[in-house]
Design a protein around this ligand. Structure first.
Ligand code: FEO
Length: 395
């Protein structure tokens, strides 16, 4: 992917990862990008690097603008290795002694990742750096996405380099929001649901802080995906909406099944919910990726989880999903459990217990059906669906 001038003397110089499909367990159906930025001022400044293996793309992109050895300073907004993995080669190419700016926690975390004794310049929240015609301001954004994360803002150009925040795992020919339009929003939403959701309360505080500071934003440039220049407020407002996690009249019926009994229960409940005006569909855990399911969970008012009992426990994919969802800390959900069993039937109780741990509101002890649902069993599924529908907000 070629470099592009995004504002006068400010360039995107990152790399596209067209073929990645699994980003540490998160499915990326359309690849991703590792965005890095070059500011050609009196002090030539590189913001972030790329994942290990993509250094050549970055160095080649910089070379189209300036000799990489002329870069004066590097800013690392985030230690995670999709942005810092390229640092050793990049620092080696541009000069190991060049100043490397990062947050205080960035200094600590980069030092734990790399043995090189680079010329670290840890900065304070609100600290600034004059690079000639421009002044950069640093803003600590702890836990968005790691304790070391920070934003860098060009005061004069009103450009915010937002690291992971406002990103999307998407690689395409489009580089800006105005080129792709609303088609980018599902990618942004999935990224939020799977990466930033646990930090939703911090995001709301951060947005307040940015609003109070009166920071003007002409452009928001994240470290993944397209850059927001036509309407940066759109993604910021979306983050506020997603962070509030207001429940919709929507239910996700997640399940796995051995001999289709739990599946039949899931389908019966989804159908009954739909008849009650709830947006609901059954989702088979071996047919859908957990990260896509979490994207659906984001605004759902109810998550109904089904598992057959296998060897006195949960079906493994159900355990996997519950573990994943628990870590992402979704809020304001109603929960319920269901499943078919042969002789012991522990799975439903185990799901309910996990949902309770996640602070879901359980509206039923759970529905167990012995082997195969009959007419009475399906009636019980519809009744459980009715209870859930009654608890969901009307729209
Ligand atoms: Fe894109 Fe938290 O790294």
């Amino acid at each position: 992917m070629k470099p592009i001038e995004i504002a006068k003397d400010v360039y995107w110089v990152g790399a596209a990862d067209w073929n990645i499909r699994d980003f540490h367990g998160y499915s990326v159906h359309q690849g991703s990008t590792y965005n890095a930025y070059l500011i050609m001022d009196e002090t030539i400044t590189l913001i972030d690097t790329v994942k290990k293996g993509f250094e050549d793309d970055l160095i080649l992109n910089v070379s189209e603008i300036v000799d990489p050895g002329k870069i004066d300073v590097v800013i690392s907004n985030h230690t995670e290795m999709d942005h810092s993995g390229g640092l050793p080669r990049v620092m080696h190419r541009i000069g190991e002694d060049k100043p490397l700016y990062c947050s205080q926690m960035g200094y600590k975390n980069l030092s734990l990742h790399f043995p090189q004794k680079w010329n670290y310049r840890p900065v304070q929240d609100g600290g600034s750096l004059n690079i000639g015609e421009r002044t950069l301001t640093f803003m600590e954004t702890r836990m968005l996405h790691w304790p070391d994360s920070m934003f860098t803002y060009i005061n004069e150009d009103r450009i915010l380099f937002s690291s992971d925040a406002f990103g999307q795992h998407y690689a395409g020919p489009e580089r800006f929001d105005d080129e792709i339009g609303d088609a980018i929003m599902p990618h942004a939403r999935k990224y939020f649901a799977n990466i930033l959701l646990p930090y939703a309360p911090l995001i709301l505080k951060l947005v307040d802080k940015v609003k109070e500071s009166g920071l003007a934003l002409d452009m928001v440039c994240p470290d993944h995906g397209i850059m927001w220049r036509r309407d940066p407020a759109k993604i910021i407002n979306a983050y506020v909406e997603w962070s509030t996690q207001q429940a919709k009249r929507k239910a996700v019926v997640v399940y796995d099944t051995m001999w289709h009994s739990t599946e039949a229960m899931a389908e019966a409940m989804a159908e009954a919910l739909s008849l009650e005006g709830v947006y609901a569909k059954p989702v088979h855990l071996r047919r859908c990726d957990r990260s896509d399911i979490m994207t659906e969970v984001l605004d759902a008012g109810a998550v109904i989880v089904g598992s057959p009992t296998l060897n006195n426990g949960l079906f493994p994919t159900v355990s996997d999903f519950l573990t994943y969802m628990k870590g992402l800390k979704p809020q304001n959900k109603i929960g319920a459990a269901f499943g078919s069993y042969g002789w012991s039937g522990e799975a439903v109780k185990m799901i309910s217990s996990e949902l309770e741990t996640m602070k879901f509101k359980l509206i039923d002890p759970g529905l167990k059906i012995h082997y195969v649902p009959d007419a009475e069993g399906f009636k019980a599924c519809r009744e459980l669906a009715g209870k859930i529908a009654a608890e969901l907000p009307r729209e």
